[in-house]
Design a binder for this molecule. Structure first.
Ligand code: AMP
Ligand code: ZN
Length: 119
């Protein structure tokens, strides 16, 4: 069924606690944790607890949870005090754009200057 945990999904295993993560905030519908290979002083991933392969499928199936993910991204930025200097929320979508984990996630990046356009 849509949204159900997938046995081979890394982020579903973080949601279930089978794989440890440095969780910075959790809600009924989302988990936010530090990226294992940070690309900036703040690099947090915000994921829905439900499994959807990318941001678009999440937004179509569960628009409120997609909104929760965005809301949490802003909350995490404020928690790490990067909201004043600015931060970036990225949803890599598709392998050609660098998506490697096919469970929807927002990258929250900040704490250093960020180039535009991104590479
Ligand atoms: P993406 O390439 O957009 O799919 O992002 C996947 C992200 O997950 C990458 O930035 C990885 O560094 C990160 N990542 C992979 N495994 C873990 C893990 N066990 N804990 C935290 N972050 C992870
Ligand atoms: Zn998953």
């Amino acid at each position: 069924m849509a949204g159900e945990p997938q046995p081979d999904c890394l982020f579903c295993k973080i949601v279930s606690g089978d794989i440890p993560a440095t969780v910075v905030h959790e809600t009924e519908t989302t988990v936010a944790f530090r990226d294992i290979n940070p690309q900036a002083p703040t690099h947090v991933l915000v994921i829905p607890k439900a499994h959807y392969p990318d941001a678009q499928t999440l937004a179509v199936a569960e628009p409120q949870i997609a909104a929760d993910v965005l809301n949490e991204a802003g909350r995490v930025a404020a928690q790490d005090t990067i909201d004043g200097t600015g931060y970036r929320i990225v949803f890599n979508t598709g392998s050609g754009a660098g998506q490697t984990v096919f469970h929807a996630h927002a990258h929250v990046l900040g704490g250093r200057g960020l180039n535009w356009p991104p590479g």
